[in-house]
Design a protein around this ligand. Structure first.
Ligand SMILES: Cc1cc2nc3c(=O)[nH]c(=O)nc-3n(C[C@H](O)[C@H](O)[C@H](O)COP(=O)(O)OP(=O)(O)OC[C@H]3O[C@@H](n4cnc5c(N)ncnc54)[C@H](O)[C@@H]3O)c2cc1C
Ligand SMILES: NC(=O)c1ccc[n+]([C@@H]2O[C@H](COP(=O)([O-])OP(=O)(O)OC[C@H]3O[C@@H](n4cnc5c(N)ncnc54)[C@H](O)[C@@H]3O)[C@@H](O)[C@H]2O)c1
Length: 466
């Protein structure tokens, strides 16, 4: 008999969620983590640090108060790196502590060391200066996450060149920066730096900003990011980088098309690679795809049935939110209580302003030939929006033209990543216009925009239909 019911490799959101789910089912569970701290990318280098830095940038820049009292606030004072990183460290520490306590409370054992497969049922754990440990398991959950992809053009040892992990170890705030890669990471960091008054240029090979967004919101976000002072260079790659020997001479980045950008520092955010090298997965029959992503089926089972993989290790959508859900679904399947992942997943993008969406876009509805009606509620006409000075926010709801079921929700502006959940919950419950008409919302609130957007759709049932 195996020593453990479940061995989890990795303690990020996926590992924690999978381990706790199995422990709740009365299973013997051990989590193997190579780092001395728990929490993975979400707690230590990605989600929480970047969101805390965003709040710090908003606070230090006085961004939320801009234009509210007839005065334009600028930086409260010259922001320093320690201003910038102070709260980031506190939030990180609290999250690590919370995860440790959560695992302990559920009776999950934690082992520090690098895990790899010796055979399909044995995980060997190696830690410098310690004897190797062998863990035999009935089931194994690979939740090893991902790391920034480092294109060979950039000398990452140089302290003017960063990836999204290293950017948290800045020695000083950049005087100007080029961000290469306008995916979610690039856009979020570009906004933070711009809010702090740092000149930012954002370069991306794609022609459109975050093309998975509804076109109207992609364009609106591009407009707001430009208004924040970000120079957008879409449809371009960086073909050459010149690094002068002696700073403060500026870095020179030559774009496809010939333009030369000059900046003090560069942040490269052009995708991520799964942490699967050296795990021994292929040796036991697990298939890996591009950038090392583990190939899995609908219940996160690999080609080896008792071996599951979840989170960033399997690729898209590679979010903390979805990683936790995937792990829960995988563990329930392993221990004989199968469930499926929610069919509608939200996206929350912490740019300045925030953008969030769930369900269909106008483009996806058109492509599927589904008849729809769009209803819009600008925050500038919402009383709470007025109070907080939210001039550019927008909620858009997409309803089925015949059934009036909600098919998609899109929000840009203050608290967009929170507001989206009203629409998400309605969609998961199969509800629509009727629900928003009959629900009493607090007044004044931004959530009330759901009622306004529904009225707008009902008043103009032909607008936005295709
Ligand atoms: C800058 C940034 C911002 C982000 N913002 C958001 C956001 O706002 N919202 C959101 O939902 N998602 C966000 N994400 C994505 C999110 O962080 C990841 O999707 C999530 O952390 C993935 O969880 P995971 O458990 O799969 O992997 P990870 O969190 O990467 O954890 C994997 C763990 O496995 C460990 N490990 C790896 N190999 C081994 C081994 N061989 N042995 C032992 N341990 C090992 C690692 O040390 C790590 O602790 C962001 C990511 C970045 C980089
Ligand atoms: N709020 C959130 O949910 C959030 C925040 C940050 C990160 N994440 C997740 O982290 C993951 C990684 O994010 P990411 O932004 O690094 O990767 P990404 O793959 O989403 O984006 C990378 C971008 O870089 C561009 N690119 C690639 N090579 C290039 C080149 N040579 N020149 C110019 N542009 C180039 C691509 O066109 C793409 O737009 C994503 O899966 C994302 O969902 C989520």
């Amino acid at each position: 008999m195996a020593e453990w019911d479940l061995v989890v490799i990795g303690s990020g959101p996926a590992g924690e969620s999978g381990a706790v789910q199995a422990a709740r089912m009365g299973k013997r569970v051990v989590v193997v983590e190579k780092e001395p701290v728990l929490g993975g990318t979400a707690a230590n280098t990605g989600t929480l640090p970047s969101k805390t830095l965003r709040e710090t940038a908003l606070y230090l820049s006085g961004y939320r108060a801009r234009g509210l009292y007839g005065v334009e606030t600028t930086l409260l004072h010259q922001a320093t790196v320690s201003d910038f990183l102070y709260r980031e460290r506190r939030v990180k520490d609290m999250e690590r502590l919370r995860i440790g306590q959560n695992l302990q409370r559920h009776g999950v054992e934690v082992l520090q060391g690098v895990g790899s497969l010796e055979d399909a049922h044995t995980v060997v754990v190696r830690r410098e200066g310690q004897p190797e440990r062998r863990l035999t398991a009935s089931f194994i959950l690979v939740a090893t996450g991902s790391s920034p992809y480092r294109p060979p053009l950039y000398p990452f040892g140089d302290d003017r060149v960063h990836d999204s992990d290293e950017v948290l170890e800045l020695a000083e705030l950049p005087r100007s920066i080029v961000v290469v890669g306008g995916g979610v990471i690039g856009c979020e960091y570009a906004c933070m730096f711009a809010a702090l008054g740092i000149p930012v240029t954002l370069v991306d090979a794609k022609k459109e900003l975050l093309p998975f967004l509804d076109d109207e919101f992609s364009a609106l976000l591009a407009q707001r990011m430009s208004a924040l002072g970000i120079q957008l260079r879409f449809g371009h790659t960086v073909d050459a980088l010149h690094m002068p020997e002696s700073p403060p001479a500026l870095l020179q980045l030559t774009l496809s098309g010939g333009e030369v950008l000059e900046a003090h520092q560069v942040l490269v955010a052009s995708g991520r690679t799964a942490n699967t090298a050296g795990l021994g997965l292929e040796e036991v029959g697990v298939r890996l795809g591009t950038r090392g992503h583990v190939e899995v089926g609908a219940t996160y089972q690999t080609a080896v049935p008792h071996l599951y993989a979840v989170g960033d290790a399997i690729g898209f959508p590679a979010l903390a939110s979805t990683s936790m859900e995937q792990a829960r679904v995988a563990v329930l399947h392993a221990f004989g209580a199968p469930q499926t992942l929610s069919p509608i997943l939200p996206y929350g993008i912490y740019t300045i302003p925030e953008v969030s969406m769930a369900g269909e876009t106008e483009e996806s509805l058109r492509a599927k030939g589904i008849p729809y009606v769009a209803g819009r509620a600008p925050f500038s006409t919402n009383p709470r929006g007025q109070i907080i000075g939210e001039q550019h926010g927008l909620l858009k709801l997409l309803f089925h033209r015949e059934s009036w079921k909600l098919l998609g929700v899109h929000v840009l502006g203050e608290l967009a990543t929170e507001l989206v959940h009203v629409g998400l919950t309605a969609m998961v419950a199969g509800a629509g216009a009727q629900l928003f008409m009959e629900t009493c919302f607090n007044y004044p609130t931004l959530s009330e925009a759901y009622k306004t957007a529904t009225h707008n759709a009902l008043l103009h049932p032909a607008s936005g239909t295709r």
